[in-house]
Design a protein around this ligand. Structure first.
Ligand SMILES: *Cc1c(COP(=O)(O)O)cnc(C)c1O
Length: 404
């Protein structure tokens, strides 16, 4: 049987939920007990053949996996350098990679006898994917979302409502992703027995970074096999955008033992790395610190609190990042670069016009890096981009930014 799931040893935490010095378990006693229940349930579930059969069948018949790898010939020719390939997570049901971990999380909640899943969402992609998996598997779904994001991501808000989720608008602070996480955790504390928290990326306390990473590992296992079938070898570079880091970890995981393959995570440089709080380039400019119950690189303000951040892509504007990525940066196994809002918009338009593929603004950061890098490399070199989602949610916003 071909392997679909499983993490490389270097991105599995120790008993304390640590990847090197990063990550960690939650201290709060009631929450600690809830986290342990989830961790034990997760370990039992992934050792259960019936579960693996169930999720594989859903991935095949419901999500539409495996998502294809596509050689972007016209774009590559236009750039005159390396060949660009896309892992088409945008073609998944619900339009992004997030359905991969949402199916896993909702299956786990059901297995634990919970009635409801609770989560935060940024761009609304995690909320939509979780509301979808909840509708499919018959659970209630409560989604916390910043009011700024609600205004920006209207179609996803409508989708969540139609799918039957309860939407909780969060207006405190900057009204974006970080505040939504805090609000969702507070609500969870009041309903620990009946519900399960379902984080939307490889962030938060243990077991979430490992668990979400595990469910996303299907992307890399598929991609590695598909790429060698298609080209007879491995890519020279694999790249993905990094918000919390789940789509990037999902892809990179399968290539961590391949020293010949460069792994490059791309962070949002927003209005520039030298701007004041107008970027979210956590691994590029952050320091080691704590956010929401785990240790990672983090962007701090003048008072040592998590800083306000900005990206043109709502799904990337978070001042922390997954502990695995913090670890992989320090170990040198993965490189982290960034792309600005403008580079991202240019990449969004170029991919749309050259290939008829409209990428999500989040994914456009990885496309922007690939465009920059392809020009420096020879025509025999190959770059594999994780196209984490489609741009349907971003159309009006992009049209408000540029004349077409
Ligand atoms: C949420 C989202 C991201 C960012 O999340 P990661 O955990 O960093 O992958 C990237 N792309 C799309 C399309 C998203 O919806």
């Amino acid at each position: 049987m071909t392997k679909l799931y499983g993490l490389n040893d270097t991105v599995v935490p120790n008993q304390d939920g640590l990847f090197g010095e990063f990550g960690g378990k939650i201290g709060h006693p009631a929450l600690a007990a809830a986290m342990q229940e989830i961790e034990d349930g997760f370990r039992a579930m992934i050792a259960d053949e019936n579960f693996l059969k169930e999720i594989e069948a859903l991935q095949l018949h419901y999500v539409g996996r495996p998502s294809p790898i596509y050689h972007a010939r016209r774009l590559s020719e236009h750039l005159g350098g390396a060949q660009i390939y896309l892992k088409r997570e945008d073609l998944n049901h619900t339009g992004s990679h997030k359905i991969n971990h949402c199916l896993g999380e909702v299956l786990l909640a059901k297995r634990l006898g919970k009635k409801k899943v609770i989560a935060e969402t940024g761009a609304g992609q995690h909320g939509v994917a979780l509301a979808t998996a909840s509708a499919l598997l018959g659970l209630e779904c409560e989604i916390h979302m910043g009011v700024v994001d609600i205004a920006k991501e209207h179609p996803n808000v409508s989708r969540m409502k139609i799918l039957g989720a309860t939407l909780v608008p969060v207006s405190r602070g900057a009204g974006t992703l970080k505040e939504a996480v805090d609000s969702a955790f507070e609500s969870y504390l009041n309903q620990l027995d009946d519900s399960m928290f379902a984080i939307g990326s490889v962030v938060g306390p243990a077991p979430y970074p490992e668990m979400v990473g595990y469910f996303q590992s299907i992307v890399g296992h598929e991609a590695r096999r598909q790429f060698s079938e298609l080209t007879g070898g491995l890519p020279d570079v694999v790249t993905a955008c990094v918000g919390g880091g789940s789509n990037a970890l999902g892809l990179f995981n399968a290539f961590l033992d391949d020293d010949t393959v460069r792994k490059v995570g791309v962070e949002p440089a927003g209005e520039g790395l030298d701007s004041h709080h107008r970027h979210a380039a956590t691994l590029t400019l952050g320091v080691k610190g704590e956010i929401q119950g785990f240790k990672c690189y983090v962007l701090l303000d003048e008072n040592g609190e998590p800083a306000p951040v900005h990206s043109i892509a709502s799904g990337l504007d978070y001042p922390g990042v997954g502990p695995q990525h913090s670890y992989l940066k320090d170990s040198g196994q993965v490189e982290y670069q960034s792309a600005t809002d403008q580079e991202c918009l240019d990449a969004f338009m170029l991919l749309s016009r050259m290939e008829g593929i409209i990428p999500a603004l989040e994914s456009s950061h990885a496309v922007a890096f690939a465009i920059r890098e392809a020009k420096k490399l020879g025509k025999d070199q190959k770059i594999l981009v994780n196209l984490s989602g489609r741009g349907d949610k971003d159309l009006d916003f992009v049209l408000s930014q540029i004349d077409v």
